[in-house]
Write a protein that binds this ligand. Structure first.
Ligand SMILES: Cc1ncc(COP(=O)(O)O)c(C=O)c1O
Length: 393
């Protein structure tokens, strides 16, 4: 007789939890960080200078400065553009709240324009109608890495004399008609937050037009200070404390050479999602898929829109059940104008119906370079089975 232990079927280990994102940092970068930590110079120094030089090359030689977030980069761009109290800046309500908070920080007012439900980015067809004599700038957002139409954007801005602050926090490595985002345009703001396509843990960079703007950016970055000679110091404007550390810059330097490989991996995973969602059993779910853009997007995220009208549960329950199935999901983002802070300024439900629908139903699925292609069917199967279970009668 076999022993009871031998009679038991082998225990199949549960599949490991699949987060919706995870950074990939190689051992050489970790060793490089250790070197910086031992070097005696850990805040802004030679690594920052080197990272700025590499980024400037990446953006076709344009002036670039790095900072401790991709939020302050936008605020600083607005300040350099002279945006302040009494001014208006046009943006999208479907973005990380940083995009409109920075407008408030300058004393200006955000003016929201609804999204195009297909691209989920600002509907450029509605932008001109939102321009007033007080409008100073447009702040478009490349949600999920899908670039806003730069030709149309820059045409509108040019014809109305507006500055553009591209919130390209999510579109590092994306392009527009074969031109890299950041290598052209006005101000371009990038984030290196932990979940971005390359990371410095926290951080960001701003691409500018000339050395005058870069010099102003340096002043806004560190208390307005301008140094000269060995002991000269002058302050002419109110700056903040937004500098990047050498430790963070060293991580960025280690990430940059991997960008092409990360992009290939992300594109391949996105293709796998489209293949899975194209199967008849998934097609019948009524999910909204992102545009299948394999030329311009860096596939920072793969986001579906849940079919609210067909569901007997809300998104939070779907996320809860995905979590129980070992799969992480995210919400990027609820519509900004419905946050308390913004409602108190007068916005309300119904103002931007497309952004509100997306804000209630958008769901970010796992996609990151270290994820296996074979994880994709598992995600789609789990989502499909949850949606079928909760289909409205
Ligand atoms: C669209 C968008 N804008 C702005 C930011 C702000 O970047 P950071 O988190 O680096 O301040 C982010 C990052 O989370 C973002 O996704």
């Amino acid at each position: 007789m076999p022993s009871p232990a031998a009679a038991r079927p082998p225990v199949k280990p549960a599949e490991p939890f699949l987060p919706f994102t995870r950074p990939s940092i190689d051992d050489a970068t970790i060793a490089g960080v250790a070197e910086v930590l031992r070097s005696g110079w850990i805040t802004s120094g030679p690594q920052v200078k080197e990272f700025e030089a590499r980024l400037s090359e990446f953006f076709g030689g344009r002036p670039v400065r790095v900072f401790n977030s991709g939020t302050c980069t936008m605020e600083i761009a607005l300040r350099i553009a002279g945006v302040g109290p009494g001014d208006e800046v046009i943006t999208t309500p479907l973005t990380w709240v940083a995009s409109s908070n920075v407008i408030l920080e300058t004393g200006a007012s955000p003016v929201f324009v609804d999204i195009d439900p297909a691209t989920r980015t600002i509907d450029l067809g509605r932008v001109e109608a939102a321009v007033t004599p007080r409008t100073r700038a447009i702040l478009p957002v490349d949600l999920a890495g899908l670039p806003v139409d730069r030709d149309r954007l820059n045409r509108i801005a040019g014809s109305r004399g507006l500055r553009v602050v591209e919130d390209a926090a999510q579109s590092f490595g994306s392009s527009w008609k074969a031109r890299r985002i950041g290598s052209f345009g006005d101000f371009v703001s990038i984030s290196f937050h932990a979940n971005k396509n390359i990371t410095t843990c926290e951080g960001g960079c701003l691409v500018m037009n000339d050395e005058r703007e870069a010099s102003l950016a340096e002043q806004y970055r560190l208390q307005g200070v301008v140094r000269s000679g060995r002991d000269g110091m002058e302050v002419e404007l109110v700056g903040g404390k937004f500098n990047m550390t050498d430790v963070a810059a060293r991580i960025g330097l280690g990430q940059l050479p991997h960008l092409a490989e990360f992009l290939d991996k992300r594109r391949d995973l996105a293709r796998a999602y489209f293949e899975e969602f194209d199967r008849p059993e998934a097609r019948s779910l009524g999910l909204g898929l992102p545009p299948a853009n394999f030329t311009d997007s860096n596939w920072h995220m793969f986001q579906v829109i849940l079919p609210e009208e067909r569901m007997a549960v809300r998104r939070s329950e779907v996320m809860e059940e995905m979590q129980s199935a070992g799969i992480g999901t995210g919400v990027h983002y609820p519509a900004i104008h419905l946050f308390k802070l913004y409602r108190a300024m007068g916005w309300k439900e119904g103002d931007f119906p497309h952004a509100e629908y997306a804000g209630r139903n958008i769901l970010t699925l796992p996609l990151f370079p270290a994820m296996a292609r074979s994880d994709v069917p598992r995600v789609v199967r789990a989502l499909a089975s949850i949606l079928r279970k909760h289909r409205k009668a």
